[in-house]
Design a protein. Structure first.
Length: 334
């Protein structure tokens, strides 16, 4: 048996997939029929993600509160029950029950796919050269309840790969339609560190912060990241701070990666964004012992911000074209 492996199991009534790197003592677990939810990442037997509840509780809560949930085909909030794309208005139908809302505004939030049970695993592989990987597919265009909310025919694929002490999350979107489609999605990973929360640190690899009112919908205005959160581009101690902030104009290294870091007493997680992920939300609430660094392909409410002329960088995918983007988690000190 090689160092890398992929195992298929049944857990709490759900088929799950488990990637393993025996040499580095890393493991990743996926529940495809719960929104293709990456629910566990372990290093040396310790959880890197915020520990999950039972599957039943996670499904019942519908809060995306654990692991690495997907937010698609829109990331975070939309400020109305409609959105615009290329001058056309598209309505969201709450009676279909496939998106969430957030108090107190009751805005639609986190897309349509985070709890969808129609994901299918289409490929697994394990080798010394390529690591351990699993690829899941959502054939979005086949389902009327999804197309009613986002009428752009496409296929969504997600590959997770353990290799080199890192977990890669790679997303591929193929536009099957005859018209342009907007690409706006993200992930919401929750990390658990060691030591007192007050001593945890956050490094933000960004120059600018999106200015938001209490509704957390960007106004389209930007300010320096350091103006909003002094020290964040170094190693900012969380101390007693509540953080819920969105950043852009990411700072990239020679490899084109924007490297965000969260760290505790000994444990550290680096989150590296490739060029397709242009915004990040950093979330560290006081009532929970976790911190999030969320990769997004654009700012929250990007569709309507674009229509209002407040942003210019909404990603558009032409007919027949493919979007591909990746980010990586690198845990150390666990």
């Amino acid at each position: 048996m090689g160092n890398f492996s992929v195992a298929k199991k049944k857990e709490q009534g759900h088929v799950t997939y488990h990637l393993k790197d025996a040499k580095r003592k890393m493991a990743f677990s996926l529940a495809p029929d719960i929104g293709n939810w990456g629910y566990s990442l372990k290093s040396n037997g310790k959880e890197v993600f915020y520990p999950r509840p039972t599957f039943e509780q996670y499904i019942k809560e519908r809060g995306l509160g654990y692991g690495n949930p997907l937010m698609a085909p829109f990331a975070n909030r939309i400020d109305q029950d409609y959105y615009y794309f290329e001058g056309r208005k598209y309505l969201l139908n709450g009676e279909l029950g496939n998106f969430l809302r957030t108090a107190p505004t009751n805005y639609p939030i986190h897309g349509l796919l985070a709890y969808d049970n129609r994901w299918e695993v289409v490929k697994t592989s394990a080798s010394e050269a390529a690591g351990a990987a699993v690829t899941s597919r959502m054939e979005f265009y086949k389902y009327p309840d999804l197309m009613a909310q986002f009428p752009f025919a496409h296929v969504h694929e997600v590959m997770y790969r353990l290799k080199g002490g890192k977990l890669e999350c790679a997303t591929k979107i193929t536009n099957l339609g005859n018209s342009n489609m907007p690409v706006h999605f993200g992930y919401h990973p929750y990390f658990v560190l060691d030591g007192p929360r007050e001593q945890w640190t956050l490094h933000v690899a960004a120059k600018k912060h999106w200015i938001v009112p209490p509704t957390l919908i960007p106004t389209g205005e930007l300010e320096p990241a350091e103006t909003y959160l002094p020290g964040c581009t170094g190693d900012l101690k969380l101390e007693g701070s509540y953080i819920d902030a969105a950043f852009t104009e990411l700072v990239r290294d020679k490899d084109g990666l924007a490297r965000f870091v969260v760290a505790g007493a000994k444990r550290k997680v680096e989150i590296d964004f490739d060029k397709e992920f242009t915004s990040a939300v950093c979330f560290a609430p006081l009532q929970w012992q976790y911190v999030c660094v969320e990769p997004q392909t654009g700012p929250t409410n990007a569709f309507n911000l674009k229509q209002e002329g407040k942003i210019s960088d909404l990603r558009v995918l032409e007919p027949g074209k493919v979007f591909q983007g990746s980010f990586w988690f690198t845990p150390t000190g666990f």
